[in-house]
Ligand binder design. Structure first.
Ligand code: ADP
Ligand code: MG
Ligand code: MG
Length: 902
């Protein structure tokens, strides 16, 4: 079994086996970029190791030793040698990038004697001892599990005692003292730093394998839905040194600006520094060029100024990598005594805005196709772009400013602890997580928060990178605030003390932090997003409609690209202040005459609503659903009525005139009458009770009035010279007879209106499919319907037998956690069960009526994976809330690309 691949044996296609980092190093080696020699232990070896409960698979160790001998030959150095030691880094790298999840060990191979060799060989004892103390430190925390702070404490102590301001100021003697102090730390934990370099290597490889199952990695995988069984590769890379003096350094660069997407090399670097110093935020990194400067490093010279040749070589490499990978790259580089090395390349994380801009510009540059561009932007990135921004005209009090690390605005209660953040969010609060800086241990809190604010760290700090990946607004490196997480407050620029529970607003687009809640505005779509979505429209075969209950929502949906209304719910129109009393009158009616009188009053109101809908969606279909909820929803709750009656009785006791008494008695009687009706309407299970078409059949006047209003409105709008396509939808049908009976009466009403007006309108009559029986008998139902719309909220409730609100409140989250269910089926359509019913209904429905129009109007209509399913089963359209329309346009196009229709 081959467990080990030298860099020149691999390629970018071998990501699954070599991990992302390993495949990148191999590919860069292959195309001739300056990568230090090294090799990769496969993910297969890791899986095997974990399966065997922590035992190296057969042959692995021999192959590693063989590869090390090979490295010695190539570099002319020898591992553990006293005069010319070979040093390596041991780096994890899973098939899917998991930033910061697993730790790298640098300078492996140093020990008490080879450190002397390194000092002699480089003629730089300071560098040698600095490298050694870093190894002991990293090895201690990563491999031995000794808390990082233990080492930090020692380092700080010695820095203080010899008056060193930063790490770089430490003398050789001070560094030797640090090494001794570190060894002492090991001893305190009952451990010892292994002097044998192969021992070091073995331990380090084990640690990388095992880090696959550390808590941070597991959390990251859970949040990002990465499978748990991929395993990680291990990369062994010859060390190059950025800490060999002022002609050395280390940095990171993005081939395009990861914030805005602008085509410009963007990055940071630190002179005379190694590996993780840039990310750690210990010293302020320099910008690599003028373009990348921030307030914090404006005064520092850039890489372009300090090492112009290196900079132009980096520029060239960046371009080459981008052309090669056809995507924006995030590059790690190190300069050792004036020579540039590339240590990593990967697709760069970017903000949603940058993702869209880069995709569109790369098409314009001829680098990728429109189809690729559409696949490169995720639906959730589009969603992020439709997130709120701070209203520029609103009054606000800025209390600090930091780095604009991840755009968008967030309002929330300040919280300092990640666990507490999760807790508050679960109790329904919105929070902003405020930390001195973040580490992978904070991920769950960051995930829960609306936004993130840190006092330390740069644009490539953990907080910044993770926030961008999550699409959360973040302000980082906000040095104007002092954070006291344990005490639960921070102090702002002007001395204001902000405690847990106070509300702040952060603006990740500008870096501003405001006290209190600043009003936010929703952005509209335009520019590159519009271009991308137009391409998506060309590709997708699914129609996109919107669910809108008001004409305003309909207009908004149209702006966002909706091609019709998939669901207009009429009951919302009855809740208006002027309408509810009439609606109640209708419900309280004791005779048909009384009911007709109330309906007569409601009709013109409904008609005017529909007129507006038809105008808003001129040229497009509008599906109007007739009354659906149980009637008791329009009446006050029982308890409220009982209380009111009691109050009135108390008042009666204190009444001091007969006239007043009469008034009160009258009111009591009226309220008792309402109570009587409410009691009569009371049901054990209202959601499965007297509602939808069941109401429509028992009280036909209600639906008749609604249909009359729809057709009258249609006639009016048609007369305005507009093209309209009304579709009348009957809810909750379970038996074809329900639909047949209703259709007979309602069609008569519609035709009567049309004849009266002498106008012809092409209207459709159809039903929601939301009762399992309807799906199973769709062939019969289709005889009386021109269209079906899947009401997947109810259909999911009834298929699973879950009452949605109860299930979500009580056990669904737990179910998902226990992997009883893969997802919340009310969020992501359950393909196996509910999806099966949809499949059956589509097939049977179309058998009866080949041109049956079929869509979905449940909340799943705006969820990407559900949209994909709708595409696959051949629906005509999906309908979702107006703000999801752009997301749905993209998701539908991606579905079309992934599953072309025959
Ligand atoms: P991560 O996945 O967290 O980015 P890396 O394995 O890329 O971890 O390494 C952490 C840091 O160490 C990076 O800055 C990287 O450039 C640096 N590094 C890794 N290997 C070497 C090496 N052989 N020589 C010099 N620096 C290295
Ligand atoms: Mg890296
Ligand atoms: Mg329903």
């Amino acid at each position: 079994m081959k467990w080990v691949y030298f860099f020149d044996e691999g390629s970018m296609e071998m990501k699954d086996l070599l991990g992302g980092k390993g495949a990148g190093l191999a590919e860069m080696t292959r195309i001739g970029l300056p990568v230090p020699p090294g090799f990769t232990i496969t993910t297969e070896a890791c899986r095997e190791y974990l399966k065997k409960g922590g035992e190296f698979p057969e042959g692995l160790w021999e192959q590693v030793r063989e590869a090390m001998r090979n490295l010695e030959d190539i570099t002319g150095k020898s591992f553990g040698s006293e005069d010319n030691p070979l040093l390596v880094s041991v780096r994890s790298g899973a098939p899917i990038s998991m930033p910061g999840m697993m730790d790298t060990i640098l300078n492996l191979g140093l020990n008490d004697s080879s450190v002397l060799g390194l000092a002699k060989q480089t003629d730089n004892p300071r560098f040698a001892w600095d490298s050694y103390r870093r190894l002991i430190q990293m090895f201690g925390s990563v491999v031995m599990g000794i808390p990082r702070d233990e080492f930090e404490e020692q380092l700080e102590r010695i820095k203080e005692s010899c008056g060193a301001k930063t790490d770089v100021d430490l003398t050789v003697d001070a560094l030797k003292e640090v090494v001794e102090a570190y060894k002492e730390v090991y001893r305190r934990y009952g451990k010892e730093f292994p002097q044998d370099p192969y021992r070091q290597l073995e331990y380090a490889i084990r640690a990388v394998f095992e880090s696959w199952n550390n808590e941070r990695a597991i959390t990251y995988r859970k949040i990002n839905k990465i499978p748990d069984d991929l395993g990680t590769a291990v990369n062994i890379v010859t060390m190059v040194f950025g800490n060999m003096g002022e002609d050395s350094g280390t940095g990171v660069a993005f081939t395009r600006d990861p914030r805005s997407g602008e085509k410009h090399l963007y990055g940071e670097f630190l002179p005379n520094a190694q590996g993780e110093d840039v990310v750690a935020g210990i010293r302020t990194p320099h910008a690599i060029n003028e373009y990348s400067k921030q307030d914090a490093n404006r005064h520092l010279p850039t890489l372009e100024e300090l090492m112009p040749d290196i900079y132009s070589e980096l520029l060239e490499i960046a371009e080459k990598l981008e052309r090669h990978y056809r995507d924006m790259q995030d590059i790690e580089f190190t300069i050792e005594r004036g020579k540039l090395y590339i240590l990593q390349t990967r697709s760069g994380k970017r903000t949603a805005r940058a993702a869209v801009r880069i995709a569109v510009e790369m098409v314009n540059e001829g680098l990728i196709t429109k189809e690729e561009a559409v696949l490169r932007v995720t639906p959730s990135q589009v969603d992020t772009l439709l997130h709120p921004q701070v209203d520029p005209s609103a009054p606000k009090r800025e209390i600090a400013k930091g780095l604009a690390a991840s755009p968008g605005a967030a309002v929330g209660t300040v919280v300092f602890d990640p666990d507490r953040a999760v807790e508050l969010v679960e109790s329904g609060k919105k929070v902003v997580l405020v930390r001195p800086e973040t580490t992978p241990d904070d991920i769950h809190g960051m995930h829960a928060a609306e936004g993130i604010l840190t006092a330390r760290g740069g644009m490539t700090s953990h907080a910044a990178v993770v926030a961008r990946a999550m699409g959360k607004p973040a302000v980082v490196g906000c040095e104007e605030i002092k954070v006291y997480p344990r005490e639960g407050y921070f102090v702002a620029r002007d001395g204001a003390m902000v405690k847990e529970g106070d509300v702040i607003t952060i603006d990740g687009t500008t870096g501003s932090v405001y006290l209190g809640e600043v009003p936010l505005i929703m952005p509209s779509i335009g520019g590159e997003l519009e271009t991308l979505l137009k391409w998506a429209d060309e590709i997708r075969t699914l129609g996109i409609r919107a669910n809108a209950d008001t004409p305003e929502q309909a207009y908004r949906a149209r702006e966002f690209g909706a091609e019709g209304i998939g669901l207009a719910r009429t009951e919302h129109m009855f809740f208006g202040e002027d309408r509810l009393p009439i609606m109640r009158e209708m419900i309280m009616a004791r005779t048909r005459e009384e009911r007709m009188a109330a309906l007569e009053k409601l009709l013109p109101m409904q008609r005017s609503d529909f007129v507006e809908f038809f105008r808003a969606m001129e040229g497009y279909p509008v599906i109007i659903r007739l009354l659906d909820p149980p009637l008791h929803e329009f009446l006050p709750p029982r308890e409220e009525l009982l209380e009111k009656i009691n109050e009135l009785k108390m008042k009666l006791l204190k009444a001091d005139s007969l006239k007043e008494m009469d008034g009160i008695i009258h009111e009591i009687q009226a309220t008792e009458e309402v109570l009587r009706v409410v009691t009569a309407l009371q049901e054990f299970n209202p959601m499965l009770g007297f509602r939808g078409c069941r109401l429509g059949l028992i009280y036909p006047e209600i639906y008749e009035m609604q249909v009359r209003a729809i057709i009258q409105a249609a006639i009016q709008v048609k007369k305005e010279g507009r093209e309209i396509y009304p579709e009348i939808m009957i809810p909750l049908v379970g038996h074809s007879n329900e639909l047949r009976t209703l259709r007979e009466t309602l069609e008569k009403v519609a035709d009567e209106e049309l004849k009266k007006a002498d106008v012809e309108i092409d209207y459709k009559f159809g039903t929601m499919i939301e009762v399992p029986r309807a799906a199973l008998t769709a062939d019969e139902i289709a005889r009386y319907a021109e269209f079906f719309s899947f009401g997947t909220n109810d259909l999911t409730q009834m298929t699973f037998g879950y009452s949605r609100d109860d299930a979500q409140a009580k056990f669904l989250a737990k179910y998902v956690e226990m992997k009883v269910l893969p997802e919340d089926p009310f969020r992501v359509l359950d393909r196996g069960g509910v999806g099966q019913l949809i499949r059956i209904a589509v097939e049977k429905g179309r058998k009866t009526k080949p041109d049956l129009e079929v869509g979905i109007c449940g909340e799943h209509g705006g969820e990407p994976s559900s949209i994909e399913f709708c595409h696959m089963v051949g629906l005509d359209y999906v309908s979702c809330s107006p703000y999801r329309v752009p997301v749905a346009r993209l998701a539908a196009a991606q579905a079309a690309l992934r599953h072309p229709r025959r």
